[in-house]
Write a protein that binds this ligand. Structure first.
Ligand code: AMP
Length: 287
């Protein structure tokens, strides 16, 4: 496996077959590895990028305490048979400081994660586009765990005619339902227990959708689970729980029919967690 810190050090493209890229910020866990395994299934050559992108952090202390474990990450990726790791420095990616020209996530960047983290999706799209140019893959894989990120990346690729295929990979969870995240290391065992309310709330919302309930009832059902959790544990604070349009990331109208991304964000013991589930709202049997 090659470890490259500049694009020039990346291996040649395969003569035949495809190149896949998986973009990460490191501190790799089974969720990231699911993306890598899927990439290995569909491509002859797999490049994993590891870059903690300062542009997408609006809180300097979050950036500072973000876990960095390059050596362990490389060992995991080597074991997966990855062809190359691209781990550029901040100076390599942004010589001379922040870029002058950036990508705007537009309306997608104004809501939910974007509203709480101003500039976050502009930072994400800017680094994604730059990494796409540097690694030139045929396909790029992203985790469904970061639903709004997938929506934003798909929109950028569509709107700016970026020549790459985007594939979303389902969220990997611990046996108890908690979505894997690099931030979970910050959770105490008590926090972890409380954090299970997120996946429980999503499961309740999914059951309501399956029952034929309209979007507002689906959301209320999930929110009730979270409200109980906030009563039981002072360390849980809900940021949002909503049903989003999978193309725009804006809240769906009350009479929405079709797929919706039920998304949740909450702070548990000071750590901000997000999760989501795609549900089908078909209002079965309703007028
Ligand atoms: P990050 O390092 O957090 O930027 O994540 C890199 C990629 O891994 C993103 O596309 C994430 O959506 C994806 N990812 C993170 N956690 C999970 C998970 N639990 N299941 C599936 N994909 C994930």
């Amino acid at each position: 496996m090659r470890l490259a810190s500049t694009a020039a050090e990346l291996p040649e493209r395969p003569r035949e077959g495809t190149r896949a890229v998986v973009m990460t910020m490191g501190a790799l866990h089974e969720g990231h590895l699911a993306l890598v395994r899927r990439a290995n299934e569909i491509a002859e050559q797999v490049i994993v990028t590891i870059f903690v992108n300062p542009l997408q952090f609006n809180d300097p202390s979050d950036l500072e305490r973000y876990p960095r474990t390059l050596e362990a990450d490389c060992a995991l990726l080597e074991a997966e048979g990855v062809d190359a790791v691209f781990a550029p420095s901040v100076e390599e990616m942004y010589p001379g400081g922040d870029p002058v020209v950036t990508v705007s996530a537009g309306r997608i960047g104004d809501v939910f994660e974007g509203a709480r983290r101003p500039g976050h999706f502009d930072g994400v799209l800017t680094v994604v586009l730059k990494l796409l140019h540097l690694t030139a893959p045929d396909v790029a894989l992203f985790g469904a765990k970061d639903a709004q990120q997938v929506i934003a990346v798909r929109a950028m690729v569509r709107d700016l005619a970026v020549p790459v295929r985007i594939e979303a990979v389902p969220t990997i969870r611990d046996a108890d339902g908690l979505a894997l995240s690099s931030r979970n290391v910050h959770l105490s065992s008590q926090d972890r227990e409380a954090a299970l309310a997120l996946s429980r709330a999503l499961a309740a919302a999914e059951a309501a959708a399956r029952n034929g309930d309209p979007a507002p009832d689906v959301v209320r059902t999930g929110m009730d689970v979270l409200t109980d959790a906030t009563r039981a544990s002072a360390g849980v604070a809900v940021d949002y729980f909503a049903a989003l349009d999978p193309r725009t990331a804006h809240e769906v109208p009350a009479d929405h029919r079709g797929e919706a991304v039920v998304a949740v964000a909450a702070t548990v013991g000071g750590t901000r967690l997000i999760d989501n589930k795609t549900v089908l709202i078909d209002l079965e049997g309703r007028p």
